[in-house]
Design a protein around this ligand. Structure first.
Ligand SMILES: Cc1cc2nc3c(=O)[nH]c(=O)nc-3n(C[C@H](O)[C@H](O)[C@H](O)COP(=O)(O)OP(=O)(O)OC[C@H]3O[C@@H](n4cnc5c(N)ncnc54)[C@H](O)[C@@H]3O)c2cc1C
Length: 410
């Protein structure tokens, strides 16, 4: 049995704790924001096992100028952040060519096809089934041109084993009668599901793990220092020695990788949500609007409208224009929505090739990385936790981890 520290109490960190404890290890999770204090709190809640199309894809060369200049674009760049972002952006564009994008999509589909396996047992064991809603996600297009532009990506999805059906305007109205009739086409992703409350899911998981011996430390880790036979971890309360450390700190993981000799181009795609309390019965499933870049998900507390992408680093200042875009677009899509009650900003951890980092650090085999899950960290959390446990146990992973290695950027 090993003594393992996990940095981060989001979907990835708590899943790592689950799989490590299942192997009999003593696990301590550190997070200054407590459980679900990061991106895992406010996402759209979709188990998006169909989402193998990374943001780095050839359409960015066509769409980027419009995205940057249009007032109803769900994509924004804070120009003052550009000097810091430039190296990431250059790599992102380099990874958006047809060949590299197809390679990323293939590597994502390997993970996504196994994503449910990472959760199945955990959901049963830890009383999490109460949060699972088996309704499939519906992704909608308000313009024929946008749907046509998405066809190559749909073909690629199909070739990678994603099961979906195309639905007509009339079928959309039958499935979701409260939607305004502005949607031309939709894609229904078979086998996907969603969470009624991502935060409650994680808090329930943590409570169950704590009963089984998990130690939860609500404090920041300041540094990790690999030692010959373990890893020293520093917090404001002093230092502590562990046999292994798993870095699952999402968009905040980069400095820890630096401390272990890995210069990883991790940045963040910021995203937002607003909530309309008491409205959950207006739709029966997550409904996305492609051109506006968001999902509306009927959660326990009401419809959560979540999405958009802003490149502006970890600065906590919110972009009011994007929140306004979410508000007026959601009210246009679903006219019964009136007054949102909450707005939230979260930091998706994103690498320029759209793939997470999962593997060992350069400085020490005892430091294990699992971060950078971009738009699909809820979906891939369970599986990523199982990968962490495999690495600590020295078990061979059932699929090659080479595409996700930290050193792919050198
Ligand atoms: C608007 C939006 C919608 C999304 N929708 C979906 C969706 O529908 N489906 C999906 O699969 N994914 C979705 N995502 C993405 C998903 O939320 C993330 O990929 C996922 O939450 C990442 O999980 P994580 O555990 O890696 O990181 P996080 O949840 O961010 O957890 C990392 C934790 O590390 C902690 N931390 C920071 N610094 C330190 C430190 N020094 N020491 C210790 N801990 C530290 C933070 O407090 C944080 O709690 C969405 C994201 C956004 C923003």
């Amino acid at each position: 049995m090993a003594n393992v520290a996990v940095l981060g109490a989001g979907f990835v960190g708590l899943s790592a704790a689950y799989w490590l404890m299942r192997d009999g290890h003593q696990v301590t999770v550190y997070d200054p924001a407590g459980v679900a204090g990061g991106a895992s709190y406010g996402n759209a809640g979709t188990f998006a096992n169909y989402a193998c199309i990374p943001v780095n894809n050839p359409s960015v060369f066509r769409d980027l100028p419009r995205f940057l200049l249009s007032s109803d674009s769900p994509f924004r760049l804070r120009w003052g952040y550009l000097p810091q972002l430039a190296p990431w952006l250059a790599r992102f564009l380099w990874n958006s060519t047809e060949r590299r994008y197809a390679a990323s999509a293939g590597a994502l589909s390997v993970l996504l096809s196994r994503a449910h396996d990472g959760y199945r047992e955990m959901i049963e064991q830890a009383n999490l089934a109460q949060f699972i809603r088996p309704s499939e996600c519906l992704y909608l297009y308000s313009g024929a041109a946008a749907f046509r532009a998405s066809e190559p990506a749909l073909t690629l999805r199909r070739s990678l084993g994603v099961d979906f059906s195309i639905v007509s305007r009339e079928q959309v109205q039958q499935m979701e009668p409260q939607l305004s009739p502005l949607f031309d086409r939709g894609v229904l992703f078979s086998g996907s599901w969603f969470l009624s409350d991502p935060e409650a899911f994680l808090k329930t998981q943590e409570a169950w793990l704590s009963q089984s011996g998990l130690r939860m430390e609500t404090r920041a880790v300041n540094a990790i220092k690999p030692q010959p036979n373990g890893v020293l971890l520093e917090t404001a309360a002093g230092s502590a020695a562990y046999d292994y450390v798993a870095v699952c700190a999402g968009a905040h993981s980069r400095p820890f990788a630096m401390q272990c000799g890995d210069r990883i181009p991790l940045d963040t795609e910021r995203g937002y949500h607003i909530t309309y309390p008491g409205t959950a019965n207006l739709i029966s499933r997550p409904v996305g609007w492609a051109e506006r870049g968001f999902y509306m998900t009927p959660m326990e507390k009401g419809i959560r409208v979540a999405g958009t992408v802003e490149l502006a680093g970890l600065n906590p200042r919110k972009h009011q224009g994007l929140l306004e875009l979410l508000r007026f677009s959601s009210q246009r899509a679903l006219p019964a929505l009136t007054a949102p009650s909450e707005s939230w900003l979260g930091f998706r951890p994103t690498l320029p090739d759209g793939l997470p980092v999962m593997g060992r650090s350069r400085a020490s085999a005892r430091v294990i990385y699992a971060f950078g899950h971009q738009h699909i960290g809820l979906t891939l959390g369970g599986l990523s936790g199982a990968v962490v446990a495999d690495l600590v146990a020295g078990r061979t992973s059932p699929f090659s981890l080479a595409p996700y290695a930290a050193d792919r950027f050198y």
